[in-house]
Design a protein around this ligand. Sequence first.
Ligand SMILES: Cc1cc2nc3c(=O)[nH]c(=O)nc-3n(C[C@H](O)[C@H](O)[C@H](O)COP(=O)(O)OP(=O)(O)OC[C@H]3O[C@@H](n4cnc5c(N)ncnc54)[C@H](O)[C@@H]3O)c2cc1C
Length: 200
Amino acid sequence: MKIIEPSATLVDEINPDEILLKLEACGRVSHQSQPREGSTEKFVRMLIKRGHESVLEHVSLTFRIICDRAIQNELVRHRHASFTVESTRYVKYDELEVIAPRWQEQTFLYRKWYSHMREVENTYKDMIEHGARPEDARSVLSNCVKSELYMTCNLREWRWILKQRTDKAAHPQMRQIMNQVLAVFKEKLPVIVEDINYDS
Ligand SMILES: Cc1cc2nc3c(=O)[nH]c(=O)nc-3n(C[C@H](O)[C@H](O)[C@H](O)COP(=O)(O)OP(=O)(O)OC[C@H]3O[C@@H](n4cnc5c(N)ncnc54)[C@H](O)[C@@H]3O)c2cc1C
């Protein structure tokens, strides 16, 4: 059994200037106005400030996310996003990869969780060795088993997800992942997320 960390990585090679220029061009069509030298960022900021966010739907980004099965279930509730998810029907695990809860190692709760997961792994492997298909043996797997997925959505939906999922009310693992997504936005497209803070 291998314990791994959750993560989010931008898949696309993006050109932030091109993205902002595209959004400006889309946004200006309504009034048939023309861009001026250095107007792009200001214009996109104005769109967001006025709530004219449908313009942001013209650009989408894809992230590769590593999370546990419970967080995966929460992510797929976002209906404007597209997903491709590792299948526990078609993947046969020789070694389980899991994401640990946030308990400190050596505490009672952690040790209890760890020994239970070793048992889960052994039971799963036994079932496979005795001829079970992964799609049946998976019924013993726990929420903490790792999932890999690709998640694509437009910038309007990313803004909404980041607001919801970096909030303190969100699950700690979800916040850990969404803080990584937010860091990518802060680095590459800061104007899109100026009003969104880490663990806001
Ligand atoms: C802290 C937290 C706790 C939660 N707890 C629970 C829980 O206990 N049980 C549970 O079932 N879920 C729970 N959820 C999930 C939550 O109810 C939403 O399903 C999830 O966060 C997706 O949000 P959404 O529907 O706003 O956004 P998305 O699906 O991402 O959609 C974005 C926006 O598009 C609009 N939209 C999308 N579809 C429609 C539609 N059909 N009609 C009208 N407008 C639409 C809405 O404005 C929506 O906000 C929880 C979420 C959070 C953040």
